[in-house]
Design a protein around this ligand. Sequence first.
Ligand SMILES: Nc1ncnc2c1ncn2[C@@H]1O[C@H](COP(=O)(O)OP(=O)(O)O)[C@@H](O)[C@H]1O
Ligand SMILES: [Mg+2]
Length: 265
Amino acid sequence: MNARVEISSQTAVGEPLIACVELGHVYDSGRGRTTALGSISLTVDRGEFVCVLGPSGCGKTTLLNILAGFVVPAQGFVRVGGHAINGPSSERGVVFQDYSLFPWLTAQANVEFGLRMAGRAARERAKIAHDLLGLVGLPDAGAKYPFELSGGMKQRIAIARALAPRPSLLLMDEPFAALDAMTRSSLQAKLVEIHRQERPTILFVTHNIAEALVLASRLIVMSPNPGRIVEDIRIDLPRPRRRTAPRFNELYEHVARAIGLETAE
Ligand SMILES: Nc1ncnc2c1ncn2[C@@H]1O[C@H](COP(=O)(O)OP(=O)(O)O)[C@@H](O)[C@H]1O
Ligand SMILES: [Mg+2]
């Protein structure tokens, strides 16, 4: 039995996948101390699609980096799948805005990367990569190198790469922020479809309210100085989501007020 299977079998059914208890983080730099996260307590169940929304500087990236295992929190603790985090793991797939692909590897080799690290057989890796390239809508891009792909295509490959080891948690930090509006909305639809089919738990950071309302089953709104959670809202909009629906606009106004934005009356 490999470690991953053991981890899953030790996780009680019904236990939240993520549990953060009074999580706090302070950055100490030459220019002083910044309380990036005050004291955050949060649980996320398996299969939830959570968007974390808030203005720049409210600690969204810090929270994601703690969950990814890139940053060790100064206070409190976090458990994923019933275990403390000690460094990055293929159990937690990460996609960042500029989390670039390995430029010297083809798209397929990028997708296979985590599987290769885990010692999976070549044939099995190729099959998984082939299926995932299809899932992200790029069935013929396997032999291409990153420099031959558009920004949107690269992000799809990055999503496929993160999904390849079948992580129980997908951590995404403004992954579509640098893309044009059309590419962005097509990737949003793709991600909703992936979530429907594969049911990973997703924590998706954005500062775009409409994006959060298109994607999330639950919305966590954060505020800065110190970074904290100010709202935790279940998004009950039916899918596919329509930006013109009255309830969509109601939620939009509500969230905009929560983050202190003026909206047109
Ligand atoms: N490596 C760092 N060193 C010092 N301060 C940092 C560092 N990373 C983030 N911060 C500060 O911590 C706060 C939260 O940052 P961050 O988590 O990146 O927020 P967000 O992703 O919501 O914009 C900000 O005030 C930011 O300037
Ligand atoms: Mg950020």
